[in-house]
Design a binder for this molecule. Sequence first.
Ligand SMILES: [Zn+2]
Length: 334
Amino acid sequence: MRAAVLSRHDLDGLTVAETAVPTPGTGEVLVRVDTVGVNQLDLNVIAGTGPGAQAQLPRILGIDPAGEIVAVGAGVDPERVGQAVVVKPNIACGVCAHCQAGDEADCPRQTVVGVHRDGGAAEFVVTPARNAMDRRGLDAAQATAVVHSASIVINAVRTVALTAGERVLITGAGGTLGRAAVAIALARGADVVAASRRALTALGEEQIIQAPDAAALGSAVSGGEGFDVVLDVSGHAPTLRAGISALRWGGRAVFCAASVDSDLRIDARDFYLRRKRLAGVASARYDDVAEALALAAAGALPSLVGSRYAFDDVATAYRDFPRKGEGKVIVDVR
Ligand SMILES: [Zn+2]
């Protein structure tokens, strides 16, 4: 089969090479891949930095492939052959206290497809059967676009226990993840304020704040009644700081991106005296993924699919990724 193999830590070390089709072991399935996404995590693997430093080379990239099950290993229902699936990237250990409680997002021993084992930027990929999740009628590109991004937002909303009627500020609302976040918060019945550097068109009943930088955002959201929840997907620490400042008593902040900068400064006294809380979210539970796919299948999410690349151009897709604007970058493997 053809696969995007990284053999050293830079983009020139990535080649589309001929490799053996893997065999599913006990509890695993073989998926014939139609699409795979391009993610920041891939760039970390290519650079050998951050969470990508754990990848042993050579490694086949690709964390979120979608396709069809074509073979199953021992212990897996053979009826699943032919099922249209998308792969949840994070594999929970299944035995720790978090996993036993169903909270696989916080499993400290979770591993990731395309990082700790070969991924789906290839004609075939083997994954645990549980991670190959039913696409619920979504086409492969849509499922790839939803499985990681929207599921993390669902987990973020769960983490802060957002309830209907609560006032939520979503920062970074103009990006792919941000649009999903607005749609998900609206679907939960929240009173949504969407903030972005650029002009936005409304997805529903949300209020929109266009603020060119964190200072302008801070001015726009200070005073007033404050927010029960701030959900940041911008990955921009000054923006998150402005959101935290605008929380009301007992407010909860959650962020699910940290790609822009990591140096978050908060007013510790305000944080402490006003009983604020802050959480980081970087993966999802299995039921979060099922919910994200169901919401997309029901038409409750905006289209998250952005630009598309042929498999022969996979290296270009990774190279272009930092400059891509709207939507999830998709590689059409088949
Ligand atoms: Zn676990």
